[in-house]
Design a protein around this ligand. Structure first.
Ligand code: MN
Length: 302
């Protein structure tokens, strides 16, 4: 274990609901180790998987899968088996779920839905949707996520050398900083449009709030009188939205809370093939189907 390895949790936090999205399992970017640790630290009545959960199935994408990815999948399936109401709303990176698994069916206790409704303990009606339907308003939003402080500093350093060369060659100075600032400004505007579009949609359908993901930007605020709740991601940040027993909603920043470092590369470097993952998955499902009747009755009753 390296210095940033998360601590093991003895006690779990009982939430009413947990919302996660944009985990991008199957890609190198997924912080599966942190995600598994988060999932082990909670129990909940409802687990909403708000899209872009499994990525990398399409051939053009590179595939990465290690034992942490396995563990995440197993934890979700076990939660379902143990009575958690697990709802999977596919996003644009796992849209094959929309195509090949008819929405409305239940797979291993996980309900597949295009979107979901949830009423909090204090009576607020929430619409739950991945958010990619509003893509047209958000084309530039990811630039903001890509431009962390660190990247910005490095880029400005490179820009100095670049401009020294330009000046030597007789070209005028070109400001990368100004260009980046403009990009960030555009990105902020795009996020505003995304938030506004989702809030408007939720309001027109009579909801009090909307839970979404997609833009990898966790947020909880009122937008035009509607609660806009974005549960973030497990690639660029490690965030989840949780509902406490009394209905209070909270964003959990797993990295900040546990003082972890996102720069650590993790331990595992070996990726399992898709075939091996499918085989593993099939074994897990088979073992669930062999579970005694009483176990299934328990999960069906909750
Ligand atoms: Mn997405």
């Amino acid at each position: 274990m390296n210095a940033t390895a998360p601590a093991r949790h003895v006690n779990t936090t009982p939430y009413r609901s947990v919302f996660i999205s944009d985990t991008h399992l199957g890609t190198r970017g997924c912080r599966a180790e942190f995600l598994a640790d988060f999932l082990k630290s909670v129990t909940c009545e409802n687990l909403f998987l708000v899209g872009d959960i499994i990525d990398g199935w399409r051939l053009r994408r590179s595939w990465f899968w290690d034992h942490h990815h396995d563990e995440v999948l197993r934890l979700v399936l076990r939660a379902a088996r143990n009575g958690t109401n697990v709802i999977y709303i596919p996003g644009n990176h796992d849209e094959m779920m929309r195509k090949y698994i008819p929405l409305g069916v239940e797979v291993c206790g996980v309900k597949m839905q295009m979107e979901a409704e949830h009423t909090t303990a204090d009576g607020k009606r929430l619409l739950i949707t991945h958010g990619d339907a509003f893509d047209s308003v958000v084309r530039h939003a990811r630039i903001l996520a890509l431009l962390g402080d660190w990247a910005y500093t490095v880029a400005l350093g490179i820009n100095r050398y670049f401009n020294n060369i330009r000046i030597k060659l007789g070209y005028p100075y070109w400001s990368l900083s100004a260009w980046l600032k403009l990009q960030v400004k555009e990105a902020v505007k795009a996020i505003d449009r995304f938030e506004g579009a989702l809030a408007d949609d939720a309001r027109s359908r009579g909801f009090d709030g909307v839970v979404c993901g997609h833009i990898h930007h966790a947020e909880m605020r009122m937008v035009n009188g509607i609660m806009y709740l974005n549960d973030g991601d497990w690639v660029e940040s490690c965030t989840a939205l949780v509902e406490h027993r009394d209905g209070k909603l909270e964003l959990v920043d797993w990295v900040a809370r546990n003082k972890l470092s996102l720069l650590s590369s993790g331990n595992a470097k070996v990726s399992a093939s898709k075939a091996a993952v499918m085989e593993n998955f099939a074994t897990e499902i088979a073992s669930m189907q062999r579970a005694p009747e009483s176990t299934r009755a328990l999960s069906a009753g909750v």
